[in-house]
Design a protein around this ligand. Sequence first.
Ligand SMILES: [Fe+2]
Length: 321
Amino acid sequence: MDTGVIHIPSTNEGLLEGWQPHHHTLFGQHTMKLNHRLTESGLFTEAVLSDLIDQYPRALYNLNTLGTDARKKNWRDGHLDGVSGQEAIEAIKTGHLWLNLRNVMQVDKRYDKLLKGIFADFENKVPGLKTFKQNMGILISSPKMIVLYHSDVPGQGLWQIEGRKRLYVYPNTAPFLQQESLEGLILGETEEEVPYESWFDDYAEIHDLGPGEMVLWGLNGPHRVVNEDCLNISVTTEHYTSEIRKSYAVNYANGVLRRRLGYTPATNTTGGLSPYAKAALTLVWKKLKLNRKREVVRMIDFVPDKSQPLGYRDIEPFVKA
Ligand SMILES: [Fe+2]
């Protein structure tokens, strides 16, 4: 897809507002809250998003709901077959759903251009910063919807487009993020969730996000989100740097060593094998696909339906491809 003309603010104008001279020292390490101009692209209106959803490949979106007991990690997966983009958005507006359009830069070149603009802007502002594997997702979620406590592998940004949400960001170290949990996440044993206790909130940074605001936080920092009582449209960005890639390789190798070889890594950086040896082990292990049997299997069991109180109806479950 590549239809219509969009305005992407030039590098001179910048996609970011409120950048302070000290911010480059915080990038990737600590939380930064800034303003942004993504909506000027015209790529996030309901009409444009409806068209985008209509053509979205099944393999690249996640449609989810949570069971009624929010304390349990009981995500359910749905699909959009037979449902238009407009119908899906209408169901999300009044339901209990979220739709994550992953890798949107692969589906529509306009978002790729915007994504490149975002990271060109960061690289202009942060001396020496070189990012790669940049990724963009669009998250459309229901009023009062929550995203449970979890951690992500790459560098993360959350850009609010429409609606309001509260973001809780926690320290990226134990007890908020145990080393073993991070390894499980990187090995694909879990789908981002990590153990959470309500008292963690006493140590959280709390950010209320409205349209035009964005937050970046430290690598792997656990976080959770609570929507206000309104439809929320947000953009998520991911990126890697050479440091993040090294951290990934070391944690992956430590996870393999701990689980398969009965070895307890001393630290997440230097335990036993050197980071380079661990990076090599990671590559070998992934090539051999020795970790595949522990990866998560999901089922599809609902479709959006605006006429239902929670915005969806159950279907005969089947294994997600
Ligand atoms: Fe996340």
